[in-house]
Write a protein that binds this ligand. Structure first.
Ligand SMILES: Nc1ncnc2c1ncn2[C@@H]1O[C@H](COP(=O)(O)OP(=O)(O)OP(=O)(O)O)[C@@H](O)[C@H]1O
Length: 253
């Protein structure tokens, strides 16, 4: 019996809103456990859009399979907890980072339009929290962020009042701290960080994928830095409007 790949894209295309021109078309890709797949490509080539399609946040045609199952058959909110998109600009989210953490616990009981429930909906849409919520301990995300230089009081500041780098580290710590994702889709995750913070985040994520007891099995990582790509990547893919071109496999793999 063959084992289904971690993630598979079959002939995936995504169109501009007028539906006449594709942003990209005919994308085929297989992601396996242990892969750190680096996406590079010109600005506007469709890298972010492709990550959003993979996490079922954007409309697309074709098939995306997670361990052989479509997002629909797996259940889309549950799928998004397994294949999780980490946005480049978390500062657009409502409320504070702590609202997010609370929202995961209280999602099911909040139906009013409170900050917490708005945060919960945003969480569900962007990070893909399940209705019944994964079993988050506050401490995983907070401790992780602290290791990356995020002070505790930043959790109570509105996202919009965090610096780009602070918001980026908190969003990443939330995504990793939840502990549900097998694939993280990282949209320029260190673009606002200084080199020391960036290197801490890089090392942590790469080691986490390698660790045998980790839930996290693979990363798809958009970067505009070829040097960062070389440091973290095991596979390298160029995104073009014509589709993906796998360029080079790291010799250590
Ligand atoms: N919400 C949207 N509405 C309309 N067009 C969009 C939307 N989001 C993205 N696009 C368009 O889709 C194309 C691909 O954008 P995308 O953000 O995926 O590119 P990218 O490769 O990630 O770019 P960058 O490297 O600059 O972040 C661009 O032409 C962009 O203008």
């Amino acid at each position: 019996m063959s084992i289904a790949p971690l993630l598979q894209l079959k002939d995936v295309s995504c169109y501009y809103k007028d539906k006449t021109q594709p942003i990209f078309s005919g994308v085929n890709l297989t992601l396996n456990e242990g892969d750190v797949l680096v996406f590079q490509g010109k600005s506007g080539s469709g890298k972010s859009t492709l990550l959003k399609c993979i996490s079922h946040l954007n409309l697309y045609t074709g098939d995306i399979l997670y361990r052989g199952q479509t997002p629909q058959s797996f259940g889309i909110p549950a799928f998004r907890t397994k294949v999780m998109y980490v946005p480049q600009r978390a500062s657009l989210l409502p409320g504070t980072p702590r609202d997010f953490l609370k929202a995961v616990h209280t999602f099911a009981v909040h139906s009013q339009s409170s900050t917490s429930s708005k945060a919960a909906s945003a969480f569900s849409g962007i990070f893909g929290a399940k209705q019944d919520g994964p079993d988050v301990t506050y401490h995983d995300a907070i401790d992780l962020a602290e290791n990356w230089g995020v002070e505790h009081d930043l959790w109570d500041r509105n996202w919009s009042n965090l610096s780009g780098g602070e918001a980026q580290r908190v969003a990443l710590a939330l995504a990793v701290g939840l502990g549900t994702a097998e694939v993280l889709l990282l949209d320029e995750p260190t673009s606002a960080l200084d080199s020391e913070s960036s290197s801490r985040v890089e090392n942590y994520l790469v080691e986490k994928v390698k660790a045998r007891n980790s839930n996290l099995k693979a990363l798809v990582w958009i970067t505009h830095s070829p040097e960062q790509g070389e440091r973290v990547g095991t596979r390298f893919v160029r995104v073009t409007p014509q589709g993906l071109r796998e360029e080079y496999v790291h010799p250590d793999v």
